[in-house]
Design a protein around this ligand. Sequence first.
Ligand code: GLY
Length: 363
Amino acid sequence: MAGAATQMQYMLAVIDSARAKGLSKNQVSPRTLENDTLKMVRGQDWTSGFFPGALWYMYEYTGNEKWKQQAQAYTRSLQPVQYYGGTHDLGFIMYCSFGNGYRLTKDTACRSVIIQSAKTLATRFNPVAGVIKSWDFASASKWQYPVIIDNMMNLELLFEATKLSGDSSFYKIAISHADKTMINHYRSNYSSYHVIDYDPVNGTVRQKITAQGYSDSSSWARGQAWGLYGFTMCYRETHNKKYLEQAKHIAAYIISRLPADKVPYWDYDAPGIPNEPKDASAACVTASALYELYTFTKNKQYRTIADQLMQELCKHYVSPLYMNKGFILLHSTGHKPANSEVDVPLSYADYYFIEALLRRKNL
Ligand code: GLY
């Protein structure tokens, strides 16, 4: 954790220096490296909540006020996003930032932002299909109502909003989305499709396809991790055993597909393995989810695999200090089919890495 703190402190200095040189105020959060330059993104970008969230985790880990002040400042910059209905990623954006902020400070300002964000996210729910729409942009496959497995991660915001407001409609939407996802996204071996395209009028499934994976029938590594994390979280929030069973099945599938060093290639079915890029972000999400699943099951295998993943990341994936603009982990893959963000640091790899370190410490 000491190395992670040094890197994050360094990243804060890099951002301050970029601001002094005229970085736009709209560029609020770091996402990745592009040609050795720090790529900052606007609040509406799906990754904008991860750096504020990582700062909150640093505060949680150390109790040091300096992290709290930075976390508050970076979180505050996302306030306008609570009204942005153009993405399903409000859960990622607002829960990682304001959700962690509320968890650690009980600040009432965070509370109202979380509830409003959930209201905005709920506008993307179609009661006939029973799911939240992920993307608004068009595609070559001419999808009508795309829902991606990643969307399971946005449900945490809805569960939290019901707890904070007493309004059960958010909870019901989350349950409906999880139940439909369990039925439609999963194959009989508990691997997941990336995108399910629904008919928004009658709610039937039109297509089962991929966007970021190798093929429609392959297992995109981060998608498998989002599902594992999402259903484990749904069990935590509902105590419904069917979600726990689903998470256990997904874990078994992932564990059966991990390579010898445990860190996944970007897709478990990528044709050129072992000469394919790895995805450290998938490894971090998987490890963090396995630690939580271990707390519910006491199945030592989950903890052992998560420990192996973390050891490998610490040994071969961490950036040297004061390099890579302060990112903690190297070798993640964002969108391989689009040749975008391949073998780079990514803010969400760092966020789930720190979360996994904290979860391991708290076991
Ligand atoms: N939610 C986008 C991704 O996992 O790449």
